[in-house]
Design a protein around this ligand. Structure first.
Ligand code: GLU
Length: 468
C-alpha cells in the first residue's frame, strides 16, 4: 500500500457548498487514519473554486465538523481560490511545452460537434479542431474571441490504476475528451486544480468517494503531462440511506453536526463510520487508537454500505456507558436547563447520570430521563388516589419515620423497605409505586432504593411530609 521511500501524505478536499456530511466525514476519517497509521501527514484542502456554490459558512461548518470529530489536520486549510497564480503558472507552462493548447471553438460550435457525434452514434467529445499536430495547419484565429485552454489528452492507449479499494481500473484514452483546463477568462477548471494541488502538496494516497472515479483518469493524464508522480488512489463506495436508496436529509441525519445536537458522542460516530466500509476481523467496537494502529488501506469494502441507526444507537449507548459522568453532565445540562431543570439543592448531576445511563441511546434521552431529579414533582391526582390508598398509608408513615434515622445507603434503604413491607404484609409495588409518585411525580424510575439514596434524606423527608 505504501512505498518505503515516499512519505505518506493524504488529504481531505471538501467543496464548501454545504455542511460536512457523513460520507465526507468517513473520507476524512479514513484519510486521517491512514496518515496516522504510517506516521504521515494529513492535509486539509478547501476546493472553493465553484464561486456560486461555495460559502464561508460552509467552510466554517466543515472545519467545525472535523473539530468535533477530532480529525485534526497537520497542514492547511489550503484554499484553491488562493492558489490561482500557481494554476495560471502551470497552464502557461503546459502551453509552452505543448501539452495544452488554445482552443477558439465557440461554445455553440462545440455543442454542434457534440450533436453531430451523438447523431452518428458516437460518444460526444471535442473533435480536435484546434489541437495542434505535426504537419497540421490550424484554422485562422477568430478576432475578438478569447480561447479556452484544452489539455492535449493522449489519443491512444489507456489509463490504468490499481485502485486500493476497487482493484484495477482501466479506461481507454479514446473515452476521454481534450479537457478544458482554463476558461476564456483564465480561471482554471476543477480536475486541473485537483491534479496541480495533489502534485504541489505531494499527496501520496488519495482516498475519496467513488463519484470521482471518472475524474481519476483525467487527473492521471494531467499529472503525467506535468511530470508529477502519481498518487495511489482508493475510491470508497457511497453510503446508502437506511432504506437502501441514496442518502437524503429527509430520511436520515446526513449533516454530521446534527449528531451532537441529537446527543451522539463523537467517538460513537467515528467508530460507526470506521466500520462502515472497513473491517478489522469481526470487531465492532474500537477506539481511534486501534483504528490508527490497524488502518493500513486494506480491508476496505468494495460494496456500498447502508446506514443503520440502530447500530449507531447501540454504539452510542456503549460509549455513553463508558463516558466520564462529569463530561456527560456538561453535555446534558444545557438541554435540562432549557427544560426547566432546577439544580440548586438537587442531587449532583454526574451521580444521577451514572444511575440512568445504562439504557439510554443518546445524551438527549439521558438528559430527559434525568429531569425527574430536577423538577418539583407534581403527581397526577388520579394516580395518587389509585396508589396512595388507606391500606398503604400506615406503611408509608412508618417508612417516613424510619427514613429519619436509617443509614442513608442504598443497601440500608433496601433492607429497611423490606422490613416495612413485612411488618405490613405488603408486596413491593404497593409501597414502591406511591413512593415513586410522591418523590418523582412519575411511576417509572430507576430502582427505588437508588433513587432515594441519590435524592438524599432531607429531600425525601420533605416530599413525604406533604402527603402524610
Ligand atoms: N472536492 C471534492 C468533493 O468534495 C473532492 C475531490 C477529491 O477528493 O479529489 O467531492
Amino acid at each position: 500500500m505504501t512505498t518505503a521511500s515516499k512519505p505518506v501524505r493524504t488529504r481531505f478536499a471538501p467543496s464548501p457548498t454545504g455542511y460536512l456530511h457523513l460520507g465526507g466525514a468517513r473520507t476524512a476519517l479514513y484519510s486521517w487514519a491512514f496518515a496516522r497509521h504510517f506516521g504521515g501527514t494529513f492535509v486539509l484542502r478547501i476546493e472553493d473554486t465553484d464561486l456560486e456554490r461555495s460559502t464561508p459558512e460552509a467552510v466554517q461548518a466543515i472545519i467545525e465538523g472535523m473539530e468535533w470529530l477530532g480529525l485534526t489536520h497537520d497542514e492547511g486549510p489550503f484554499y484553491q481560490m488562493q492558489r490561482m497564480d500557481r494554476y495560471r503558472e502551470v497552464v502557461a507552462q503546459m502551453l509552452s511545452e505543448g501539452t495544452a493548447y488554445h482552443c477558439y471553438s465557440s461554445p455553440e460550435e462545440v455543442e454542434a460537434m457534440r450533436e453531430r457525434m451523438r447523431a452518428a452514434g458516437e460518444k460526444p467529445r471535442y473533435d480536435g479542431t484546434w489541437r495542434p499536430e505535426e504537419g497540421k495547419t490550424l484554422p485562422a484565429v477568430p478576432a475578438d474571441r478569447k480561447p479556452v485552454v484544452r489539455f492535449k489528452n493522449p489519443l491512444d492507449g489507456e489509463v490504468s490504476w490499481d485502485d486500493f479499494v476497487k482493484g484495477t481500473i482501466t479506461i481507454g484514452n479514446k473515452e476521454l475528451d481534450d479537457l478544458v483546463i482554463a476558461r476564456p477568462d483564465g480561471t482554471p477548471t476543477y480536475n486541473f486544480c485537483v491534479a496541480v494541488d495533489d502534485w504541489d502538496m505531494e499527496i501520496s494516497h488519495v482516498l475519496r468517494g467513488d463519484d470521482h472515479v471518472n475524474n481519476t483518469p483525467r487527473q492521471i493524464n494531467i499529472l503525467r503531462a506535468i511530470g508529477a508522480p502519481l498518487p495511489l488512489y482508493g475510491h470508497l463506495p457511497m453510503i446508502l440511506g437506511s432504506d437502501g436508496q441514496k442518502m437524503s436529509k429527509r430520511k436520515d441525519a446526513v449533516n454530521v453536526m446534527e449528531y451532537p445536537a441529537q446527543g451522539y458522542l463523537p467517538e460513537a460516530i467515528l467508530n460507526y463510520l470506521a466500520r462502515l466500509g472497513w473491517s478489522h476481523g469481526d470487531d465492532e467496537v474500537f477506539s481511534m487508537e486501534q483504528v490508527t494502529a490497524w488502518f493500513d488501506g486494506t480491508h476496505l469494502s468494495n460494496s456500498a454500505a447502508q446506514f443503520n441507526i440502530e447500530k449507531l444507537n447501540w454504539l452510542n449507548n456503549h460509549y455513553i456507558k463508558q463516558a466520564d459522568n462529569e463530561r456527560l453532565a456538561t453535555l446534558a445540562q444545557p438541554r435540562m436547563l432549557a427544560a426547566g431543570a432546577v439544580f440548586e439543592g438537587a442531587p449532583a448531576l454526574p451521580a444521577v447520570l451514572a444511575l440512568m445511563k445504562e439504557r439510554t441511546n443518546t445524551v438527549n434521552e439521558l438528559a430527559d430521563a434525568a429531569m425527574l431529579f430536577y423538577r418539583t414533582p407534581q403527581p397526577d391526582a388520579a394516580l395518587l388516589a389509585q396508589h396512595l390508598t388507606d391500606a398503604v398509608k400506615p406503611a408509608l408513615a412508618q417508612f417516613a419515620e424510619r427514613c429519619a434515622t436509617v443509614e442513608w445507603t442504598k443497601e440500608a434503604l433496601a433492607a429497611m423497605i423490606k422490613e416495612v413491607l413485612a411488618a405490613n404484609t405488603l408486596k413491593m409495588p404497593l409501597l414502591a409505586m406511591p413512593l415513586r409518585l410522591i418523590v418523582t411525580g412519575q411511576l417509572q424510575t430507576p430502582a427505588i432504593d437508588a433513587v432515594l439514596q441519590i435524592f438524599g434524606r432531607d429531600a425525601i423527608l420533605a416530599r413525604l411530609a406533604k402527603f402524610l
